[in-house]
Ligand binder design. Sequence first.
Ligand code: NAP
Length: 464
Amino acid sequence: MSVHLGTTDRPLRVAIIGAGPAGFYAAEALLKQKQLVCQIDFFNRLPTPYGLVREGVAPDHQSIKAVTRVYDKLAAGTGVRYFGNVTFGRDLTRADLKAHYDQLIYAVGAQSDRKMGIPGEDLHGSLPATIFVGWYNGHPDYQQFQFDLTHERVVVVGNGNVAMDVTRILVSDPDDLAKTDMADHALEALRQSRVREVVMLGRRGPAQAAFTTPELKEFGELPGVDVIVDPADLELDALSVASLAEDKTAQKNIELLRAYAARGRSGAPRRILMRFLASPVELLGEAGHVSAVKIERNQLVQAVDGSVRAQGSGNFETLPCGLVLRSVGYRGVPLLDVPYSRGSGTIPNIDGRVIDEEQGTPIAGEYVVGWAKRGPSGVIGTNKPDAAATVVSMLADLPGLPGAADDADVTALLHERGVDYVTYADWKRLDAYEAAAGAQQGRPRVKVTRVDEMMAIIRQGRGA
Ligand code: NAP
């Protein structure tokens, strides 16, 4: 039976769990195989597709979202179906999918966040940046959150591009944000915001910052915003000077940071303070709400593995603030019955083949792509070669693969379980609804942020 998989007589049946960039690039790589006939079904928890392109990419970065045109083309093509509003582990289990599909691809990203592990982290007013991002992007899981923007100062912990996004959004002019597809509830809250200063804390030096130069450049272009960098923070130690020689991004970052340091304060109404070699060691509170961050000054040391690490110097300061957003990385969460590596927060794999960690051997027919495979790193485009590499493993495994036992279409099972799944045509109805609402306001779209509302619009559309 296995020899016929991937032919017109017996197309290869692939289930992709998660309809974000990594999942779409895996589908693209499969569909590119001229000799392979395959049927790809996407299963996505939310009714809406595109994962972090819709719910992660900052609303003032609309051009990045244009990548969905490629995904749309794939989803609308033959051999691909979309099943939104289907929760893996509840509506369909791993066993269900294994019965119906020859190969499964987990493309679920990293749904949670890392913690700092310091006292006071759970005080009110201390939240992960991932939630703030989901909130301003209209992710249904976070639309009910409230962020206290009544204080003048917010502290953002971390020096990655997510930290850059949330910092920029906090000091941007709401009138500019109102031209984007930012969620209406966030726009409303930001219009009322009294935040005037965002302090970004990098635990290591400017030469080790994870952010990229275009994002740093954007800081300097924000109207009404001063970017403040202490020139003393840019005096590089020997370790940084050595690492800089081979790091073009860091070189450009330092150049730009020097220009910001030279520019100084103009008295603009809002400020971004970029601090380096500074770690939060405790969040202090009043009446259960964060009121200040205790910060330790760091120095850089070389670890035995050669990496440059931050080490506390024993010098502390206290910085009052009303909101702390930790932006120290995303983290994967386990899927029901699917191997999970607690250390890395990923699905353990070798070349994209999911492995049974105890045995250390691949599990036949199960694969992983994207952040669930390699951890939360890289830009959207990074997922393309990453997914293509997993597809190479999938194709190599085809000859020995036993085909799925159950030839019945999965829709029968979904109907039987009363799952009101969202098809691609359904999504296009919701998409058109959002775009039409946006057009009235000169915006790309007005996002619907609640699943029940999304489903009501979709059901109405089906009936029309
Ligand atoms: P990231 O790039 O891994 O940055 C995480 C930051 O958190 C680093 O500066 C890290 O410092 C710091 N950190 C970690 N643990 C810490 C702790 N305990 N205390 C203080 N700081 C700590 O992660 P991210 O910003 O979440 O971004 C995830 C991925 O998405 C990245 O690849 C990013 O480039 C990408 N992204 C891209 C864009 C864009 O292209 N515009 C936008 C958003 C996200 P160390 O370096 O010292 O560990």
